[in-house]
Write a protein that binds this ligand. Structure first.
Ligand code: ZN
Ligand code: ZN
Length: 258
């Protein structure tokens, strides 16, 4: 069985997914779970999977978007009937499938700007690194949190990244050592495989990509997206004694791989 995913296979599944997406509009994680179920059901012959395994895999892969839960999850070896290569292949194809056919759909989402009116100021749009974002949530009385979601190239660059999260199995990857911490990979530990095929501990990659945007081994630029968080805090301006509130805005970001 080839390790490369068949584009033919992805195309067939994508037609089913587009059909499916027309009917459903629900919570993103549930949405992802159902899409993976559909995909696996359609290709169960190819993977020789039992029904309960199909559920387990779909659930497992749908948790990819939640990094904490993903790292806490028991190892992938809970699927008894498949070899390491098959496990790797299923996980990889599921993620590529998501990049190719689900994530790109979000690029077309409409912009919807929310005004933040505070101290007589109005914020409609924010430009950061020439990227346009939208504000989606404001809460609490004095501290205004607003999660910013990229609306222009965020999903596109994420979809182009093709970085995958997989468990490490000896003999499948290009190398057996993490170049960030210098340690050998343990069987079953979670790794991030970049599109250049270089592999790093998933946790190590987080530290690395806080500062860098290229592979730690070959220095190839890695297309990954930054999720931006904005925290608004209003303070009383003491100097002009008007009691007018000013907004202080703190912007932070963290790498998002999926
Ligand atoms: Zn490491
Ligand atoms: Zn590389």
């Amino acid at each position: 069985m080839s390790l490369l995913c068949s584009s033919e296979l992805l195309k067939h599944a994508s037609e089913k997914v587009h059909e499916y997406l027309k009917e459903y509009d629900c919570d993103e994680m549930v949405d992802q779970y159902r899409i993976y179920l559909l995909y696996l059901e359609h290709y169960k012959q190819r993977y020789l999977l039992e029904k309960n395994e199909i559920r387990r895999i779909a659930n497992y892969v749908s948790m990819l978007s939640n990094q904490e839960r993903w790292l806490q999850n028991p190892r992938w070896e809970s699927i008894p009937n498949s070899s390491n290569i098959t496990q790797y292949q299923i996980l990889k194809e599921m993620q590529l499938f998501y990049y190719e056919y689900v994530l790109k759909r979000k690029v077309a989402e409409n912009h919807e700007f929310v005004n933040i009116n505070q101290g007589g100021r109005s914020y409609k749009e924010i430009y950061l690194n020439s990227e346009k974002f939208k504000l989606i949530e404001i809460n609490k009385e004095d501290i205004h949190y607003a999660e910013i979601i990229h609306t222009d190239s965020f999903y596109e660059s994420l979809a182009a990244s093709k970085n995958i999260k997989v468990p490490y199995f000896h003999g499948i990857f290009l190398h057996n050592e993490c170049a960030i911490c210098g340690e050998e990979f343990e069987e079953g530990s979670m790794v991030l495989e970049l599109s250049c095929k270089h592999v790093f501990h998933f946790k190590c990659s987080h530290f690395w990509f806080k500062e860098k945007t290229s592979c730690a081994i070959c220095r190839k630029q890695v297309a990954f997206a930054q999720k931006i968080y904005i925290k608004w805090r209003s303070v009383v301006d003491d100097e002009d004694h008007s009691g007018r509130k000013n907004l202080i805005c703190t912007i932070s970001s963290k790498a998002k791989f999926y």
